[in-house]
Design a protein around this ligand. Structure first.
Ligand code: NAD
Length: 256
């Protein structure tokens, strides 16, 4: 069975680095056209040269997903250049650490502004195009933190739970136009968003002991699931949350 993603126009937020970058490369290898949105000008420029070197068709767009005007302008530019938007991947997200008693309200707001308001902004902005096409795939990054309590990450966990429920609700609203909306929950993938790679060996082992598969997730693990959700294979999947955490438990899982 083929994923059949060749020629699809795929908008990915936060595409310039981390998991988003690998999602973008995976779509590009499947023949998709990638519109990469990111807030980092430097990372976007590097992304553009790497994609050109590979001969992968792409467009780079400086965009802060928190800002509805910036998002709408970019989506208009993407449609003017590539003619359509088949897939939207809301990958951009930020972390916010701190116990509730210490957490600054501005950090809480920033976290919700990127993770929740940003997701709302991009979804709203692609709907006129997807409705006119009578097709579309919306795929939103949640987290295992949306499923289980994450002490010290209340803002992040609550924001990702909001993404899951927003996505489920959106699925019901857009289904009649043949648009699907799903979210996915990565587990522990060492990137700039977290300090997993810098933890002591003992702390890393303790975290890995809570994963059924006993290894960190990779951006590639996540990208494969996103591509599946964008493909024809997932044409009848909507309103769901796909767990791609390697089996994350709140306590240690037994050894083999
Ligand atoms: P990352 O920090 O490595 O990359 C995030 C990207 O988003 C960066 O390129 C950044 O410039 C961009 N970005 C940040 N704010 C933005 C904004 N306002 N507008 C546009 N772009 C913006 O993070 P990552 O680890 O690759 O995470 C990607 C997604 O996966 C996030 O939504 C994150 O919450 C989720 N996730 C990650 C993990 C993990 O372990 N890494 C676990 C669960 C969920």
């Amino acid at each position: 069975m083929e994923l059949d993603l060749a020629g699809k126009v795929v908008v990915i937020t936060g595409a310039a680095s981390g998991i988003g970058r690998v999602i973008a490369e995976t779509f590009a290898r499947s023949g998709s056209i990638v519109a990469a949105l990111d807030i980092s000008e430097t990372a976007l420029a590097e992304f553009g040269s790497a994609f050109r070197e590979q001969g992968w068709p792409s467009g780079e767009y400086l965009c802060d997903v928190r800002d509805p005007q910036s998002v709408t302008r970019v989506m208009d530019e993407v449609v003017a250049r590539f003619g359509r938007i088949d897939v939207l991947v809301n990958n951009a997200g930020i972390n916010a650490e701190g116990l509730v008693s210490d957490l600054d309200v501005d950090l809480w707001d920033r976290c919700f502004a990127v993770n929740v308001r940003g997701t709302f902004n991009t979804c709203k902005a692609v709907l006129p195009t997807m409705k006119a096409q009578q097709s579309g795939r919306i795929i939103n990054a949640a987290s295992f933190a949306a499923i289980m309590p994450s002490v010290g990450a209340s803002a992040y966990a609550a924001s990702k739970a909001a993404v899951v429920q927003f996505t489920r609700t959106l699925a019901g609203e857009v289904g009649p136009w043949n648009i699907t909306a799903n979210s996915y929950a990565p587990g522990m993938v060492p990137t700039a968003i977290n300090g997993f790679a810098e933890l002591s060996e003992k702390d890393q082992a303790a975290k890995l002991d809570m994963l059924a598969l006993r290894r960190w997730g990779t951006p590639d693990d996540v990208a494969k699931v996103v591509c599946f959700l964008a493909s024809d294979l997932a044409g009848y999947v909507t309103g769901t949350l796909v767990d791609v955490s390697g089996g994350k438990f709140s306590t240690q899982v037994p050894s083999a």
